[in-house]
Design a protein around this ligand. Structure first.
Ligand code: IMP
Ligand code: MG
Length: 181
């Protein structure tokens, strides 16, 4: 891809794939005796940021799974959160009594995850866990839910690629990078 900005690689394609495979194994082991074809693992991929991570991770989870999608918007074409997150698609059929795994791209302020957690917890799943690819090291203003399956800890910088965008561009980079000034 020809980029008009300079991007410094933070996590390579190979590093991502290795970690995603490990997470897939951890998740498979954790839910092995909890799910079945009758009661599949409900994997909720938060769009659009977690679409690529979610697609890769789901294929490394060797269990009967039901893939669902929800869209939460918190950044509106900027690199800083603009407002409270909003949910655009809802989980159509119920998740009551189900094991639910939410797949998210990144934990930044934590607002999105808290919002998603509160929304889904009301639907009474038997368990609700989070798989988050990137966790930014920073002081968070809200109390975030425990992240059971974590990809990488990163410093507090704006990152792009592997699903993450800057003004909706660069989601299709196969690696994670930082924009250089
Ligand atoms: P939070 O609500 O502040 O934790 O933000 C989470 C959402 O903001 C993520 O799901 C991302 O979509 C977006 N986001 C946060 N940090 C970044 C970043 O560094 N690059 C791109 N998107 C980000
Ligand atoms: Mg997101």
């Amino acid at each position: 891809m020809v980029e008009s900005i300079k991007i410094k690689t933070l996590i390579t394609d190979e590093q991502i794939q290795k970690r995603v495979s490990e997470l897939g194994k951890e998740i498979t082991n954790y839910y092995e005796n909890k799910v079945s074809e009758k009661k599949p693992l409900i994997i909720i991929i938060v769009q659009k940021g977690a679409s690529i991570f979610g697609a890769d991770l789901a294929r490394k989870i060797k269990l009967p799974s039901d893939l669902r999608f929800m869209r939460v918007v918190s950044y509106k074409g900027e690199t800083k959160p603009q407002s409270d997150p909003e949910i655009f698609d809802e989980i159509k059929s119920g998740i009551e009594g189900d094991n639910v795994l939410v797949v998210e791209d990144i934990l930044d302020t934590g607002k999105t995850l808290v919002f998603v957690k509160d929304y889904l917890a009301k639907l009474q799943p038997v368990s609700l866990n989070f798989a988050v690819l990137l966790v930014k090291r920073m002081k968070r203003k809200v109390k975030v839910p425990r992240i059971k399956f974590k990809g990488f800890n990163i410093s507090n910088k704006f990152v792009i690629g592997y699903g993450l965008d800057f003004n909706e561009i660069y989601r299709n980079l196969p690696y994670i990078g930082v924009i250089e000034d």
